[in-house]
Design a protein around this ligand. Structure first.
Ligand SMILES: Nc1ncnc2c1ncn2[C@@H]1O[C@H](COP(=O)(O)OP(=O)(O)OP(=O)(O)O)[C@@H](O)[C@H]1O
Length: 258
């Protein structure tokens, strides 16, 4: 790697990205992500986190602005090549499941990408994720948290350079969430984690990107500093106020929901 070459230092660079469905849902997004950096994308419902991840995965294309991956401008022509380099875990694992067994689900991309040690790779990742006992089962019948684990294994087995995670912990119980946090902390990859779970974001990433209801980035910086920034946390609906009960009195104050 050449010193000071941004194309290599920033594995991902978004320049003034606008994305529309019927209406604009990403507004002037500028984002640089370094190789092996882990960032959280936080924001209220509908702020555009999932859409941002789909643009990064090369599944959606912006109407305006540029996306560079490893210094190469991403367009429909080169998007196919990104598939092996970028793995995306969708919010709803059911939308990703289409194989009859967990084994087939994990082996699917390996076959597609032409790996020749498929059996060894499937067994190794299944052991690492403690899902060997499910290999011959149908993934459809697993619990939500188990499905997330299987789909995560199905992505990591082909060793993408970047991992995009969309609300990965919503269906996980506290024990599986703990496993997931340890797993992320040990993972030596570029990770973009979209989540409402401030505690998971805080424990696994040093940098936070916060999106507003107006679909703009309103904060990009240190996770610790974000936790002290009440204005941004309130604007992005990451904290809220509601009444609650303490033994014999009821009062209200802001909640972080850690
Ligand atoms: N396929 C689509 N067609 C039209 N509008 C869409 C589509 N997908 C998402 N939207 C809208 O775009 C906006 C951004 O959605 P997106 O899913 O990116 O937000 P999000 O921040 O991930 O939300 P959440 O936290 O609820 O998952 C929302 O208003 C949503 O209703």
């Amino acid at each position: 790697m050449k010193n000071g070459d941004w194309r290599m230092e920033n594995i991902i660079k978004l320049e003034s990205i606008d994305f529309y469905y019927d209406e604009k849902v990403l507004d002037d997004i500028n984002l640089k992500i370094k190789k092996n950096e882990k960032i959280s994308v936080l924001g209220s419902n509908g702020s555009g986190k999932s859409t941002l991840l789909r643009v990064l995965a090369g599944l959606y294309f912006a109407k305006k602005g540029n996306y560079f991956f490893e210094g190469v401008k991403v367009n429909k022509k080169i998007a196919k090549k990104l598939r092996k380099k970028i793995g995306i875990l969708f919010q709803n694992p059911d939308s990703m499941i289409f194989n009859p067994t967990v084994y087939d689900e994990i082996a699917f991309s390996l076959k597609e990408f032409g790996f020749d040690d498929i059996d060894d790779r499937v067994i190794e990742i299944a052991k690492k994720f403690h899902i060997e006992k499910y290999l011959s089962k149908s993934p459809i019948n697993l619990s939500g948290g188990e499905k997330q684990k299987v789909m995560l294994a199905a992505i990591l087995v082909y060793e993408p350079e970047v991992l995009l995670l969309d609300e990965p912990t919503t269906a996980m119980d506290p024990k599986t969430t703990g496993w997931f946090i340890d797993f992320l902390l040990e993972l030596d990859k570029t990770v973009v984690l979209a989540t409402h779970d401030l505690s998971v974001a805080y424990e696994t990433t040093d940098r936070a990107v916060v999106m507003s209801e107006g679909h703009k980035i309103i904060y990009d910086g240190d996770m610790d500093d974000l936790m002290k920034n009440l204005d941004i946390l309130l604007e992005a609906n990451l904290i809220h106020k509601h009444k609650h009960r303490h033994k014999n009195f009821i009062h209200s104050h802001y909640h972080l929901h850690f």
